[in-house]
Design a protein around this ligand. Sequence first.
Ligand code: BGC
Length: 749
Amino acid sequence: MSIKKTFAITLMAVTLSAAAQTPIYLDHTKPIDERVNDALSRMTIAEKIAIIHAQSKFSSPGVQRLGIPGIWCTDGPHGIRPDVLWDEWDQAGATNDSCVAFPALTCLAATWDPEMSALYGKSIGEEARYRNKNVLLGPGVNINRTPLNGRNFEYMGEDPLLSATMVVPYIKGVQDNGVAACVKHYALNNQEVDRDHVDVYVDDRTLHEIYLPAFKAAIIDGGAWAIMPGYNKYQGDHACENTRLLLDILKGDWAFDGVAISDWGAVHNTEKVASNGLDMEFGSWTNGLNFGASNAYDDYYLAKPYEKLILEGKADTAMLNDKAARVLRLIMRTEMNRNRPYGSMNSPEHYAAARKIGGEGIVLLKNNNNLLPISPDVKKILIVGENAIKMMTVGGGSSSLKVQRETLPLDGIRAKASSKGIEVNYERGYVGDVTGEYNGVTTGQNLNDERSAEQLIADAVRAAREADMVIFIGGLNKSDHQDAEGADRLSFDLPYNQNQVIEALVNANPNTVVVNLTGNPYAMPWKDRVPAIVQGWYIGSEAGNAIADVLFGDTNPSGKLPFTMAVALTDYAAHADGDASVYPGVDGKVTYKEGLDVGYRHTDKLPAKRVNYPFGYGQSYTTFALGKPQVSSNQLKGNDKLTVTVPVTNTGSRQGAEVVQLYVHEVKSKIDRPTKELKAFDKVSVKPGETANAEMTIDRKAFAYYNPETSLWTVNPGRYELLIGNSSDSLPNKLTITIPEQISWRDSE
Ligand code: BGC
């Protein structure tokens, strides 16, 4: 035998024996669950305990001995948070952690476009991946129960179907990068007042019909690899320690196979958390939520105290194995996934995505005399308002970012205007929040202005008289008691005297456009006097460009409101009676007495004049005519699917997109039901003079209610109307569907 041949045989033997020795958990050709079980079988109790709780603010350890890597989490949900110190919230001081800020999730929801959601998920997932993060703490899908909730800007509006539809592509886009989406805050985390302990009581039907569908869609349709139980309690137990939420519903009915990761500091009790379904603990201090001198990871509820219970035989080892197995599965899906892409950051594509999503989410509420888009006759524009010059990516709580760049509204408008030879001047109008710092990230802006409120208005009015057009850019901001984590708004009104500023401007110059950047609805006492109103959001890095695109008509607005803009706070059911036990709670307890009456489900029962702008509403610079809808059958049985087709003709002169919306109304119901509920929608882009079809598919789910007595989704036989149009208050087209026999099914089916 030649030396060459002997060498080859030896090499083959070595390779084969190495392959034979590759432990299953490291063998990427094997199914994940086989690898998980193998890894688990090699681990000690201490190692299992170690991987189910944090080792730093945002990371958990792997198994060093076995070469299993740990996990890094990041906020979420609008961009990748800058790195903080190992043990503190202060900045780590890294220089490679500036990101693209994508629009707030309210803006994404306002696009009513699942393709935008997919683009968002893909883009933010790529940023997370490039930064080597394994779990993105988002998206948030808590329903907007009250417009005072400080965190509504991180959520997707008031409607369960809209949120459920929009959350799924976001999750898939993120996870295609080998990064887990951690959908939050599960569940009933609908206010920030007393957020760490508020105990929510809600009837079962409302829970299943309003507050759970978006989470369910995230898990079942989106396949989310992680979920974050929130701070609040549900029926006496914290969400992180809640058997009903975690074991019965999440892991039982929805067969969730991922990891339930506690909100930061949301765990309070070892015994409960050991057996009630939480898998991983983050953010605790030595004594739960109380702030201590430092973190003490070994003292976490799921650390030494849990190990002690296990060793004493007082906690179930099968539960520990289940938690550890889930964490291992998460590691294999992310950090140990060899096929994941490498990601990218701050790319032109990401900026383009942020601008596109922002532009598609902006909602044109009013446009008398076609004041918008800005006419070529306009030669001099006055911009007024703090939000035109304030960086809004810093602040608001855990979603605060450190951006590579942020185009401010004034700069975006100015850039576009100057290319058209238009002069742009600026006046402040009011002073709101001049701070610009979060966890050590500073905007570097000096927004101080010593002028009195009267002087600020007088100066703005003087300049307004000399302009061809005034654009007021105000709204809320990310400071405490505005749109921010940790506290709710104290009032439904716009803050800082803005109503007075707007009135003064429109008196001085009738060509005044109001653009409000908020994450919530607000009172609009000036609505009838202002000729054009635009609802903007926290749009992120490309805010100024996306707003300028819409104002100048490069983007034809196509956003629709993801929430009801009612006239007064009392037009929202949670505030209708001023009952403190309904909001913000009495003795730590909140009862959702309004039941299903959230948003339009409530205002539908009020006189129309109680709503300024309805859910689903938004104008365009073109006009559309909806043709006669067709349905594939006017009868539905069992698991049938019905396809509804609606021709949409663009009757104006520019390309535009319309969101066709389908609501279901039961003609004669045996049970109390909302007048109508959104059950499908489709956004179609149409060229002038052309017609495109909107297509919507519905099935039994569109007609069902949740029967709390039987725990079954139930469709009663009878007649149902499909109400079709382009806003919840404009549904001129009707189809009638007959359901001949009762249909019912369990959530787990
Ligand atoms: C927030 C979460 C966030 C976590 C980590 C908590 O205070 O409620 O949404 O993901 O902190 O920053």
